[in-house]
Design a protein around this ligand. Structure first.
Ligand code: S0N
Length: 278
């Protein structure tokens, strides 16, 4: 397979954003902070995800971290930037404390495209939660996973707890949070936290390979599957997404179109030719 020829999209400060052949790549670019996110980082990621959502040529989004840093170490993301953590969240240039990563989490979960995280080095704290939320994770052999909340005075009681527990089981999820241990790539693979482990120098190529496999398949089938996987955990919001896809498909039918057409033509709708299927 030929090498990805990434085209840069937009100018951001804290992230890099590229596209190539149906794939978008969002890279957190703060290696000097182990790719910790501040409000601006999250805003930029959200903006890039919005762009990828609207771009009908994009089916897969790779989420990764820039690196290695000058000290040779890699990071996917080390969570919230502790140096800007204020009384009620992470403080941006406007002086307002926020937990806007929660909006990003919801975006990653609900975007009707496949999000694959490529983890080299640390996926820690809120950075660990980010990879957990992605549809799939490919880990480099140097990846290190873990939560730090109870050690640094924070916790993610949302997807970071409940979805993690769905993924690795209740006992393991509680171990991860209560002990704040770190796990290597093989341990992560063994507990079902990641899909594959590859040598770090092959990480991006492997991500592109997985993306290209996904891209061969039906966008609508994958869109519906993603919302189906989310529905049981996401309550009414999950049902809304799943049902939104039913409406999306119904709008494409003759039967659905008859309802709209009859209204515009100021006549009674005629649904008689549409069967009541078993
Ligand atoms: C990642 C770790 C393990 C790497 O260790 P290593 O390799 O020894 O490097 P360090 O020397 O520690 O770090 C290198 C430089 O990077 C800076 N840095 C690293 N991580 C952060 C960070 N998270 N914020 C700010 N700076 C960071 C270091 O300071 C160092 O810089 P210099 O060289 O200038 O000193 C290790 O670094 C580590 O453990 N990092 C901290 C991990 C952590 O605790 N993260 C925060 C966890 N909490 C969250 O992420 C909260 C997420 C959130 O927003 C949220 C979401 C939902 C609900 C609630 C919350 C909530 O806020 O609670």
């Amino acid at each position: 397979m030929s090498q990805a020829e990434w085209q840069a999209v937009n100018e951001y400060h804290d992230i890099l954003y590229h596209k190539w052949n149906g794939i978008a790549k969002i890279t957190i670019n703060r290696p000097e902070k182990r790719n910790a996110f501040r409000p601006q980082t999250v805003n930029e990621m959200f903006h890039a995800f919005c762009d990828a959502r609207e771009d009908q040529s994009i089916g897969v989004i790779l989420l990764t971290g820039a690196g290695p840093h000058t000290d040779g170490k890699y990071a996917f993301c080390s969570g919230g930037d502790q140096s800007v953590r204020g009384h009620a969240g992470y403080v941006g240039d406007d002086g307002v404390p926020r937990l806007n990563v929660l909006d990003l989490q919801k975006m990653i979960r609900s975007i009707p495209k496949v999000v694959i995280s490529l983890v080299a080095g640390y996926a820690i704290g809120g950075g660990h939660v980010l990879h957990v939320i992605c549809d799939m994770t490919i880990a480099a052999d140097n990846a290190i996973f873990g939560q730090t909340g109870p050690r640094v005075g924070s916790f993610d009681g949302g997807f970071g707890a409940s979805f993690l527990a769905r993924m690795v089981g209740q006992k393991k999820a509680r171990e991860i949070w209560y002990t704040c241990r770190q796990y290597n790539a093989q341990e992560a693979l063994d507990m079902g936290l990641v899909n594959a482990v590859v040598p770090v120098e092959q990480l991006e190529a492997e991500g592109v390979k997985w993306a290209r496999e996904v891209l061969q398949h039906s966008p609508t089938a994958i869109r519906c599957l993603k919302s189906a996987f989310n529905a049981d955990l996401d309550g009414q919001a999950g049902i809304q997404e799943l049902a939104g896809n039913a409406t999306y498909l119904y709008y494409m039918t003759e039967e659905g179109t008859e309802g709209k057409r009859s209204f515009l033509e100021k006549r009674k709708p005629d649904f008689s030719k549409y069967p009541w299927m078993p």
